[in-house]
Design a protein around this ligand. Structure first.
Ligand SMILES: NC(=O)C1=CN([C@@H]2O[C@H](COP(=O)(O)OP(=O)(O)OC[C@H]3O[C@@H](n4cnc5c(N)ncnc54)[C@H](OP(=O)(O)O)[C@@H]3O)[C@@H](O)[C@H]2O)C=CC1
Ligand SMILES: O=C(O)C1=N[C@H](C(=O)O)C[C@H](O)C1
Length: 249
């Protein structure tokens, strides 16, 4: 019988961390060996022999955690948001000194959310306008969401590759924030309201028609199949993997 993969969770007492601990614990091929949260010693994870760390902490601390794990030769699955191109380049730099280590960073582990981003990229070239409306629970620290920023990026790349003209928008006078924020030329609007979990609409428009692509995470369990898929694969994927797409394909 193959040995279980030893997994440590960072942010283990948080909303996502708790769910990940339950999911890892319930998986026969994985063993939960470390639960680490604010104030705990990261070396608890290496002392426990963790082969993979799962990070759901905060954008403020995730880079330090990642750097430490890569230095220790521990593979990492990251769900924490806040990854700019500059941050990704820093991770690539750290990995160049540890080529055997795998890091998988996904803006969203929901399979439906991954498909929503793929569908949005596919639709992007056929519409004059594209705007994103993301909605989350009010305890979320960052806006716009990592998912919406990644979606804006893939839409912008698809539009640039197809040579699309700039989106029409005659706005001349704007109250601050009325048109959302501009991410790679795509407007992103962030809503925070009690009762929500994680939701996103991508609204496309062109002459005489609109297309709305919507995804809803109604419960944090929606992220778990994607997280477990990443944990099982990251040990055989040295270097940096961004998003779940290569694992699903
Ligand atoms: N990629 C995806 O599919 C998803 C990503 N996310 C992202 O995951 C992140 C976490 O979200 P969520 O679980 O809702 O947030 P929470 O605030 O509920 O959880 C974060 C946890 O991390 C702890 N923490 C803070 N600093 C450290 C540290 N240095 N080491 C270990 N633990 C630490 C926090 O402790 P304390 O509260 O004491 O600060 C808290 O318990 C966010 O960036 C969110 O956007 C969320 C859902 C899905
Ligand atoms: O904080 C959250 O809850 C979520 N964060 C991620 C993001 O910023 O996109 C993923 C999902 O939207 C839930």
């Amino acid at each position: 019988m193959t040995e279980a993969i030893r997994v440590g969770v960072l942010g283990a007492r948080g909303r996502m961390g708790l769910e990940v601990c339950k999911a890892v614990d319930a998986a026969g091929d994985l063993e939960l060996v470390a639960m680490i949260d604010q104030g705990d010693w990261l070396f608890n994870a290496s002392d426990a022999g963790a082969q993979v760390l799962v990070d759901f902490t905060s954008p403020d601390v995730v880079m330090d955690n990642l750097h430490w794990a890569i230095e220790q030769g521990i593979h990492v699955v990251v769900g924490t948001s806040g990854f700019t191109e500059e941050r990704l380049d820093r991770v690539r730099g750290w990995l160049s000194g540890k080529p055997e280590v795998g890091v998988l960073i996904a803006p969203n582990f929901g399979i439906g959310a991954v498909l929503m981003m793929q569908f949005a990229a596919r639709a992007a070239r056929y519409f004059e306008s594209a705007e994103i409306i993301e909605q989350h629970h009010p305890r979320k620290l960052d806006a716009p969401s990592g998912t919406s920023m990644h979606t804006a990026k893939v839409i912008a790349e698809a539009r640039a590759a197809a040579g699309c003209a700039p989106m029409p928008d005659a706005t001349k006078e704007e109250q601050l924030g009325a048109r959302g924020t501009d991410i790679d030329g795509v407007r992103v609007h962030s809503i925070r309201a009690a009762g929500l979990v994680a939701h996103q609409e991508v609204l496309f428009g062109t002459t005489g028609e609109t297309l709305t692509i919507r995804h809803d995470s109604l419960d944090r369990s929606s992220f778990m199949p994607g997280v477990l898929l990443a944990v099982r694969n990251v040990i055989n994927r040295p270097g940096l993997t961004i998003g779940l797409d290569p694992l699903l394909d």
